[in-house]
Design a protein around this ligand. Sequence first.
Ligand code: ATP
Length: 218
Amino acid sequence: MSFFKGALKMVHQGCKVLVVSGPSGSGKSTLLTKLFQEFPNTFGFSVSHTTRKPRDGEKVGVDYHFTTRGEMEEAISRGEFLESAVFANNMYGTSFAAIQAVCNEKKVCVLDIDIQGVKQVKNTDLDAVYVFIKPPNMEELEQRLRNRGSETEESLQSRIKAAKADMSYGEELGNFDLVLVNDSVSNSYPKFRDFVLNHIQYENTPNGQLIMESAKNF
Ligand SMILES: Nc1ncnc2c1ncn2[C@@H]1O[C@H](COP(=O)(O)OP(=O)(O)OP(=O)(O)O)[C@@H](O)[C@H]1O
């Protein structure tokens, strides 16, 4: 059996995936940080691979699995990646092994990925719950990105442009299980948390393995 099939099978056995997507600046990190703070033993991020160089302070295998383009392309062709994308000439991706590592800790694996990644996950038969986080409007999105102070004018404009395409995919009926307007965090976080908890159910089996099942399949 190829690694791909083996990994996919492992991922299918009692492994639950929460996919969170939305335009840059819509508040994905803000809402996920709160979820991880409130439920530190329930949710875990998979560690992505990237071909970009490590930044100061980034830890190998913790922040990213750092790799080369050649190695990553080969692994992708062997089917070892759930999704991958290229940004600013660097490759990024989520391996099945990274998802399995989170599931081995009996945690729900959270993927914070862009729409390209969402489409790739949807092409697998992985059992995932999909949440789209959107800003109240484009003016507010731009203001939040400006206030965050993380972008140059050029990257801000490219994020706004990408946001418009993301919004049309995100709002299309059937693409996400939840489309959540992040108006104020005090309003949107409880909705996000309650939806996630209601749609990812846990059941302890006699052998102690945690099986997580999605309510949408019932
Ligand atoms: N409901 C909200 N009201 C006001 N500001 C918010 C709200 N949610 C998030 N913010 C702020 O908006 C900015 C963008 O949020 P955040 O970084 O969580 O977005 P993101 O979707 O994770 O972006 P990226 O995809 O670029 O990582 C941050 O400065 C954050 O503090």
